[in-house]
Design a protein. Structure first.
Length: 127
């Protein structure tokens, strides 16, 4: 597992873990006190895909959506640059072919079918 902060990445071995409600508590090698762990608050957690949580139908990993083409009614309009969360909701950053960037909530209101095999997502409406 890797933890990523603003300017560094640190690799850890997981010594132990347990589920607690909808969360998972992990004991990382070398972090033995709450004070040791506090340094890593709000860091991004990266895990190997084989060890990642399973997905339910119509759930997607951000890594799978990034790079997908966005197709509107009149053809392709851009590419997904990134996926980010704000207020516990996912947002999609789309860069169009003119270099303009748009950010839309990843919801049924704005997006239709997601085809990960073709690496494309349907946009409802226009940018």
């Amino acid at each position: 597992m890797v933890l990523e902060g603003e300017s560094e990445r640190v690799r850890f071995n997981v010594e132990d873990g347990m589920e607690k409600g909808k969360s998972v508590l992990l004991k990382l090698e070398g972090i033995d006190t709450p004070e040791d762990g506090k340094r890593f608050s709000n860091w991004i957690v990266w895990v190997d895909r084989k060890k990642a949580a399973g997905r339910r139908r119509k759930e997607y990993y951000a890594a799978d959506l990034t790079g997908c083409k966005v197709r509107g009614a009149e053809g392709y309009v851009g590419t997904i640059e990134s996926v980010c969360d704000h207020d516990s909701k996912p947002y999609i950053e789309i860069r169009d072919f003119d270099g303009e960037t748009y950010i839309l909530p990843f919801s049924r209101r704005y997006f239709g079918k997601v085809n990960l095999r073709k690496k494309e997502i349907e946009l409802k409406g226009t940018l």
